[in-house]
Design a protein around this ligand. Structure first.
Ligand code: SF4
Ligand code: F3S
Ligand code: FES
Length: 247
């Protein structure tokens, strides 16, 4: 039997001075294999063309469709309505600037984060397109790839109590990024340089170990492991700094 779903959707357009935050309710017949992407598109096409939400790839790759689904951050294009109850509440991700309704600006936040942690391989070697890059050990390349799968959806940041309370907190995605560069033999930054970026209260020592980040990550990144490893590494560097041994 087809279910009739009720959607309670947060509505607010900060660009419109007459707009006030409120919830609108829509009813929709559930279809087989229906995702929240399909449901929202149907609502926009058939019931309310003013509804604002983001989608791009519809395949869990671009990270654009992250929203709070019945209290939990997730990707709307990868969420099947059959896995949800009859009543579905959708809210925009907290922490990020609201564009309108369910759409938030994660781009500005991620750009600032990537600049803060200098999210690129720091190498003094000159790029020469005629010379083949030195081959990396396969197992290490796979380990690095595992951490590279982040799609910058923002779910881990939205779910983190620390990131919600402290705008200066780097968040699990940034800490994971640094863990990835520490593993990369091509990155020539010293342990002191890594420490300056993440061995701080805004970095790994601000993380309270709440672990919601790993719970909600739609790409199942091993954030818990990486945060633990980074905390130990940075703790050890702090001790070495005390004795003037850190390089
Ligand atoms: Fe999204 Fe996971 Fe990347 Fe966080 S670490 S931004 S939850 S993909
Ligand atoms: Fe937040 Fe994850 Fe740390 S939820 S407090 S970044 S363990
Ligand atoms: Fe790209 Fe959902 S639309 S991840």
């Amino acid at each position: 039997m087809t279910r009739r779903l009720t959607f309670n959707i947060f509505r607010y357009n900060p660009q419109d001075p007459t707009s006030v935050p409120h919830t609108d309710t829509y009813a929709l017949e559930e279809a087989e294999r229906m995702t929240l992407y399909i449901a929202l598109t149907k609502i926009r096409e058939e019931q309310d063309s003013s509804l604002i939400f983001d989608f791009c790839c519809r395949a869990g790759i671009c990270g654009a469709c992250a929203m709070v689904i019945n209290g939990r951050p997730g990707l709307a294009c990868k969420t099947l309505t059959k896995d949800l109850p009859d009543e579905i509440t959708l809210m925009p991700l907290p922490v990020f600037k609201l564009v309108g309704d369910l759409s938030v600006d994660t781009g500005t936040w991620f750009r600032a984060m990537n600049e803060k942690v200098e999210s690129w391989v720091h190498s003094s070697k000159k790029m020469d397109p005629t010379v083949q890059e030195e081959r990396m050990d396969n197992a290490l390349a796979e380990e690095i790839y595992e951490l590279e799968r982040c799609v910058e959806c923002g779910c881990c940041v939205a779910a983190c109590g620390t990131a919600n309370m402290r705008p200066d907190f780097l968040g699990a995605t940034a800490l994971n990024r640094i863990a990835r560069f520490i593993m990369d033999p091509r990155d020539e930054r010293t342990e002191k340089e890594y420490f300056e970026i993440v061995g701080t209260d805004e970095g790994i020592f601000g993380c309270m170990g709440l672990l919601a980040c790993e719970d909600v990550c739609p790409k199942q990144l091993p954030l818990q492991d990486q945060l633990g490893i980074l905390r130990r590494k940075m703790g050890w560097t702090a001790v070495k700094q005390l004795f003037g041994l850190a390089k």
